[in-house]
Write a protein of this length. Structure first.
Length: 302
């Protein structure tokens, strides 16, 4: 299982220099990737395009870019440009987001999400691969062409939890990007669903990128309470609630990797055994010492 960093926690206090230093540190530590959510007013693909100048080997992946507010032609242009800037190390992770974000923040209408994603892919896939699109869908359309800035398109992955999205991810992408999904759910829901769909489509075995908070601490109960408070919303959103019910837990804190170095290392091994191909850690800590301890555990697991 490839070990990576999910730097999305740094977006609470966005600072480009801090993000770039974190990405460089991850590469120097020998970690396989660095992932960043598309939230707030920091554009993840732009961060990675800049990081291309200071790194040479680490994968750089979005986890994830919401599809609703960005036309697939615009996203294709940005992803291809980032792929050129990073020398071919970009992973474009996209996802539907959730009804509260779509309707309460963007003031758009949450309807036909599966049709939305199918049409989005209809435009995006063609443009990434060939620079041309003649797709006319119910939700998204684009007809036109332009020269490609790179010969190799970025890897495309989807955030997928439910059966329908897992089938789309398996048939149409290189894998799925997860958040707050535990080992039981990986083994029972995610890995079988996406793997079967990929096999039916004649595609290679998909990547399954799991992500959870990682907190190496001597105060596990206190840390658990902090994570539980900060991630309460994920126990309420229907798609995540369904995954947590498969896991048999109350909330994301119950599946986070919290405890001693040995306990966190054991948690990583359990996730790998459940079928995850990648793990991206959202490092937590009461102080810098705890965060450093987490970095050490992750580097040792490479």
């Amino acid at each position: 299982m490839k070990i990576a960093i999910n730097g999305s926690g740094l977006l609470a206090r966005p600072n480009l220099d801090v993000l770039l230093k974190d990405i460089t540190r991850a590469e120097q530590a020998g970690l396989g990737g660095y992932w960043l959510a598309q939230t707030g007013l920091v554009d993840s693909l732009t961060v990675f395009a800049v990081a291309g100048n200071s790194t040479s080997s680490i994968e750089l992946g979005t986890a994830v870019v919401p599809t609703w507010p960005r036309h697939p032609q615009a996203l294709a242009a940005q992803a291809l440009t980032t792929q050129a800037a990073t020398g071919g190390r970009t992973i474009l992770g996209i996802g539907l987001a959730h009804k509260p974000s779509v309707e309460d923040r963007w003031r758009m209408t949450w309807e036909k999400p599966i049709r939305h994603m199918l049409d989005y892919l209809g435009v995006l896939e063609e443009l990434l691969a060939t620079g041309k699109s003649s797709y006319e869908g119910e939700v998204w359309s684009f007809v036109g062409e332009a020269p490609l800035p790179v010969d190799n398109p970025p890897s495309l992955m989807l955030a997928a939890l439910g059966d329908q999205m897992l089938r789309i991810a398996g048939k149409r992408s290189d894998g799925t990007i997860l958040w707050c999904v535990g080992p039981k759910t990986l083994e029972r829901q995610i890995v079988p669903g996406i793997s079967e769909a990929a096999a039916e489509a004649g595609r290679p075995a998909p990547r399954v990128v799991a992500s959870l908070p990682v907190w190496v601490t001597d105060r596990p109960d206190d840390a658990h309470n902090v994570v539980a408070d900060s991630l309460t919303i994920y126990g309420q959103l229907p798609s995540y609630r369904a995954m947590l019910d498969i896991e048999g837990v109350d909330g994301p804190a119950d599946i986070s990797l919290i405890g001693s170095e040995a306990q966190v290392a054991e948690g990583l091994a359990t996730i790998a055994a459940a079928g995850a191909t990648d793990f991206t850690a959202v490092i937590q800590g009461f102080d810098q010492d705890e965060r450093e301890r987490a970095w050490q555990v992750l580097a040792a697991a490479v």
